[in-house]
Design a protein around this ligand. Structure first.
Ligand SMILES: [Zn+2]
Length: 138
C-alpha cells in the first residue's frame, strides 16, 4: 500500500454526496473528500460475496483517481463497511465496501496512519481512499 506518491489534482472537494453505485446508499456527505491522483490496486468489484476472499492478487485493476477523505475518523462516513485486515508487505489495510449491499471494494482504509499521530493536518493522517470510478455522486 503506497499512498506516498499521492498528488493533489487541485483543491477539489466532492460537491455532491458520494453514494453507492449499486444501491444508492449515502456513503459520504458533500465536502468531506478531496480528489487526488494516486495509484492503488483494487480487486474487481464483487457483489454479494465476501470481499475478503480475494486471494488471487492479479484479479483486479490499478485505479488512479480517488476521493481522499479529509478525516481519519470513521464517523465521517454516513455508511461504510470494512473487510478484515488484509496482510500486506508494507502495512496492513482494509477494503471499504458499501454497508448496505456489501458491494466492493470501493476503496481502502490504510491503517498505518493510526500508528502515527492524530494530527489531521498531517499528510500521514489520511487513511480513507474511495475509488472515483466505483461510486456515484448525487
Ligand atoms: Zn450499496
Amino acid at each position: 500500500m503506497d499512498v506516498e506518491a499521492t498528488s493533489v489534482v487541485q483543491v477539489l472537494l466532492n460537491e455532491k454526496s458520494i453514494i453507492c453505485s449499486n444501491c444508492k446508499s449515502l456513503i459520504l456527505k458533500p465536502n468531506k473528500a478531496q480528489l487526488v491522483n494516486t495509484e492503488i490496486f483494487l480487486p474487481h468489484i464483487d457483489i454479494k460475496k465476501s470481499i475478503g476472499d480475494h486471494t488471487e492478487k492479479n484479479i483486479g485493476e490499478n485505479i488512479t483517481q480517488f476521493w481522499r477523505v479529509k478525516s481519519s475518523d470513521i464517523y465521517i462516513f454516513e455508511n461504510i463497511g470494512f473487510t478484515h485486515s488484509i496482510p500486506s508487505s508494507n502495512s496492513p489495510f482494509k477494503y471499504l465496501a458499501c454497508a448496505d449491499c456489501e458491494i466492493g471494494p470501493l476503496g481502502v482504509d490504510n491503517l498505518s496512519p493510526l500508528t502515527n499521530n492524530n494530527n489531521t493536518d498531517d499528510q500521514n493522517s489520511f487513511r480513507f481512499f474511495i475509488a472515483c470510478s466505483r461510486v456515484s455522486l448525487l
